[in-house]
Design a protein around this ligand. Sequence first.
Ligand SMILES: [Zn+2]
Length: 259
Amino acid sequence: MKILLDAGHYGKYNQSPVNPQYYESEVMWRLQGLLQAELLSYGAIVDTTRSDINQNPTVYNRGRMAEGYDLFISLHSNASSSPKTDRVDIYCPIDNRNGSQEFGKTLAQGIADLMGVSYGQTKTKQGVKGEYYGVLRGAMDAHCPMYFLIEHSFHTNEYATNWLLNQQNLAMLAMLEADIIAQKYGLEKPFIKGDVNGNGKLDPRDYILAKRIYFGTYTPTEDELRRCDINGDGKVTARDYLLIKRAVLGSEEIREKRE
Ligand SMILES: [Zn+2]
């Protein structure tokens, strides 16, 4: 499964007229990073159209990069002359390829529900040369089997901008989008013993979490418990926590020596 993510704009672009802290480019860049991490934890190959927020390939070229990818998503927030407009719009392929509209609808409704805005819907927009939007025209010309442009509500709506500026909300949004994609494509998170937080790799956050579970300052989910309980006796003991710590530190040592 190969996914290409596209944060809609570069630099400091589309400042919200109702919330000076909000720039569409910056918030969608953050969402892209979180969504990439979530999708990577499902074992997908996930690339982005820019490696730096200040790079600015043309919209068409960004869509064209979707060649060879199974899914392309361009991330945006919308603008309206009415500050009340708050729905979620997802632009889908004009030819409804591979049932894309139905999949888009699931995403749109899920995002609208989570954000607490009025509703989510799918749209298509035909231009003279196929897709109206350059980024989607590029993806179509790249023969990408599934592509979307997601408008995460409106940055002309103050509630939506405040919601999207909250880092925890954004993390939940990324999780939801990744889960819906994973459900659609039958992706499952690989089980790695000691990868307590389930991000697909062993890192210091895992032993910190294991330590908190062992000392009772954190209540694990069922999955976290399963990944933390190294010897599988149904509880997290000092041994589990220390094995994870040693594995993490050990792997870091090996990495340092290689560098
Ligand atoms: Zn945009």
